[in-house]
Design a protein around this ligand. Structure first.
Ligand code: PEP
Length: 250
């Protein structure tokens, strides 16, 4: 199974998000070998669910609160996302960590909330350019992995991990090209770290400036099970070109 996940961030307004969902819903995306999901803003999640309900494209949220219910102004729980029809939630995206100051402890509580609500968390991890230049990227990644997952009961729940080096993310990061061989090496290492925490298969996605031209260079790597795409995913033609390129490479 290969995953193509589209993180629409806050690039689109509600009307644009629903128009994009409508465009995608009109396409024949049938392929048993591909799992596609889109992550609209929280405001557009319910609308996208209703537009895509007969399509194979799943919906995810970009974040959730760790509390299930209560006096948490401005928050949306994992259970609410699940109730509305989300299958996935991004947790610990670098923009949440670096712009909004989310700490590893916050990430862990959100992962636990997803497990509790039976919705699949997509744990995002990634080193900064400084970590990479210092050669401490694995220390950073290990802290993020263990901090988020160690000691949680992952037995029955879904889990996906997205490796997104901050220096490769466009927009909020440096947008540098990540060599697919480098990404593959890191994925192999992440796989072995994750295997110390759970015996089940955890799909690993790569994210950071993925586009129509380079997507297959990542998905063709042995330990890269799919991609998480930001800016290149907010136009239906670029999303569909990526999807076709990956489908025909399988
Ligand atoms: C992301 O931030 O999840 C991402 C992958 O962004 P981009 O593809 O724009 O680098």
């Amino acid at each position: 199974m290969t995953f193509i996940f589209a993180n629409w961030k806050m690039y689109l307004n509600n009307e644009e998000s629903l128009a994009l969902a409508k465009d995608l819903s009109a396409q024949d995306l049938g392929s048993n070998a591909l799992t596609c999901a889109v992550f609209p803003t929280m405001l557009s999640v319910a609308g996208a669910v209703s537009i895509l309900k007969n399509s194979p494209i799943a919906i995810g949220a970009q974040n959730v609160a760790w509390a299930p219910k209560g006096a948490y102004t401005g928050a949306v729980s994992a259970q609410l996302c699940k109730d509305v029809g989300c299958t996935y939630v991004l947790i610990g995206h670098s923009e949440r960590r670096h712009i909004f100051g989310e700490k590893t402890e916050d990430v862990r509580k959100r992962i636990a909330a997803c497990i509790q609500a039976d919705i699949t968390p997509v744990l995002c991890i990634g080193e900064t350019r400084e970590d990479k230049e210092r050669g401490t990227q694995k220390d950073m990644l290990k802290t993020q992995i263990l901090g988020a997952l160690e000691g949680l009961d992952l037995g029955n729940s879904g889990l996906i991990v997205a490796y997104e080096p901050v220096w490769a993310i466009s927009g909020s990061g440096n947008g540098d090209h990540c060599n697919p061989a480098y990404a593959q090496d890191i994925h192999t290492w992440i796989r072995s770290e994750i295997s110390t925490l759970t015996s089940k298969f955890v799909p690993l996605l790569y994210g950071g400036s993925v586009n129509q031209e380079n997507v297959v260079s990542y998905t063709s790597q042995k330990d890269i099970d799919g991609v998480l795409v930001g800016s290149a995913s907010i136009k239906s033609n670029s999303f569909l070109t990526m999807r076709d390129a990956v489908a025909s490479s399988l």
